[in-house]
Design a binder for this molecule. Structure first.
Ligand code: ADP
Ligand code: FBP
Ligand code: MG
Length: 361
């Protein structure tokens, strides 16, 4: 008997901490059995590329960023891209995945991933594969869990960037725009904006009004504050406007990559206020580096809880943080829709009460 693990989707700090917790707690309970790590997300299950994971392989992993197993955000076994006669086609290769799981006598597959990877895990479960999900993503946009690991680390990095932009903004009397990740959900922009003392936060959930944003910066100028800090999520857009697409990755079933809204906001604000502006795109720095203590602990709790859920006979569940406690919910709960920032949430109200503009008044 063996268990399988894979990491799927965009990487984030804390993936290695989950792998470590899973491997350590598994061997404590079942020292004679095996853990197989599949490489590069679902790609490793399609190509049957894997490694044996022993306790000594997870030494030193707690603070290490990325994933030792590798990951992929384009290899979906239900829509796998293949070139046929020079044309791109998407094929269902899920039976190959199931055959490869059987070759390794995999009793249960632990999928550490976001909405995309967990949707694939759910589809596999409908074909009889026993799966357990562990929710990751810097975007914090998975339902049924208060936080995903990786989010706190991304917020740390974005907050640090805002602290650093503040000093140069103040010196040069400039508007500094920081573009952060978040395609549909503005959690990173909201949390880092609040922690980093932003004046304006633009998120996908609240389409903004150009005049409202300009008014906010002009008001600051009139008060003698000749610099401003704006955080904009990559998926933010003006009222009646579109999200700005940086590129399409045609082999992916989730092909859109966003980027560019920061530049547009910086130019517009410069024109309407007469202040100089500069833009910083934080990009993949947000996914890099080691996890924060919060993420190390959450990742460890998730890893141990995932093994315990399986030992308790649960399948097709995702471990989750609810009310500060770790629990297990059906995977379908986690993927039924994206967890967006609720417009009436206490955190939005708190931000507004301290004068932060969302460009909606
Ligand atoms: N709703 C979906 N259903 C099935 N597969 C999806 C879905 N969204 C994305 N995918 C695929 O799942 C894989 C991982 O998705 P991605 O969004 O990149 O990572 P994550 O697991 O972090 O959400 C990619 O191959 C992507 O094409
Ligand atoms: O690494 P890529 O392919 O540029 O993807 C960028 C996207 O991945 C993310 O960092 C994380 O998304 P997932 O958690 O869904 O993998 C998004 O915030 C961002 O839009
Ligand atoms: Mg996703």
């Amino acid at each position: 008997m063996a268990i399988g693990i894979l990491t799927g989707g965009g990487d984030c700090p804390g993936l290695n901490a989950v792998i470590r917790a899973l491997v350590k707690s598994f061997y404590q309970k079942l020292p004679g059995e095996k853990v197989i790590g599949f490489l590069d997300g679902f790609r490793g299950l399609i190509d049957n590329k894997s490694v044996n994971l022993k306790t000594q392989d997870v030494v030193g992993l707690l603070p290490k960023g990325g994933t030792i197993l590798g990951t992929s955000n384009r290899d979906n076994p239900f829509k796998f891209p293949v070139m046929v006669n020079g044309k791109l086609e998407f094929q269902d290769v899920s039976d190959t995945v199931i055959a490869n799981l059987q070759k390794h006598n995999i009793e249960v597959l632990f999928v550490i991933g976001g909405d995309g990877s967990l949707s694939i895990a759910h589809e596999l479960s409908l074909k009889g594969v026993k799966v357990i999900g562990i929710p990751k993503t810097i975007d914090n946009d998975l339902e049924a869990t208060e936080f995903t690991f990786g989010f706190d680390s991304a917020v740390r990095t974005a907050t640090k960037a805002l602290d650093m932009l503040h000093t140069t903004a103040e010196s040069h009397h400039r508007i500094m725009v920081l573009e952060v990740m978040g395609r549909y959900a503005g959690w990173i922009a909201l949390y880092s904006g609040l922690a980093g003392g932003a004046d304006v936060i633009l998120i996908p959930e609240i389409p903004f009004n150009w005049e409202s944003v300009c008014r906010k910066i002009q008001k600051r100028k009139a008060e003698g504050k000749h610099f401003s800090i704006v955080v904009v999520a990559e998926g933010a857009h003006a009222q009646g406007g579109e999200r700005i697409v940086a590129k399409y990755i045609k082999e992916s079933t989730d092909p859109v990559r966003l980027g560019g809204i920061g530049q547009v906001v910086a130019e517009h604000l410069s024109n309407c206020t007469g202040l100089e502006s500069r833009v910083t795109v934080l990009g993949h720095l947000q996914r890099g580096g080691g996890p924060t203590p919060f993420d190390r602990i959450l990742a460890t709790r998730f890893g141990v809880a995932a093994v315990n859920a399986w030992l308790a006979g649960k399948y097709n569940v995702m471990v989750a943080l609810q009310g500060g406690k770790i629990t297990a919910v059906p995977i379908s709960e986690g993927i039924k829709k994206l967890k967006l920032v609720p417009l009436d949430s206490e955190i939005i109200m708190t931000a507004k009460a301290t004068g932060i503009s969302f460009g909606d008044d």
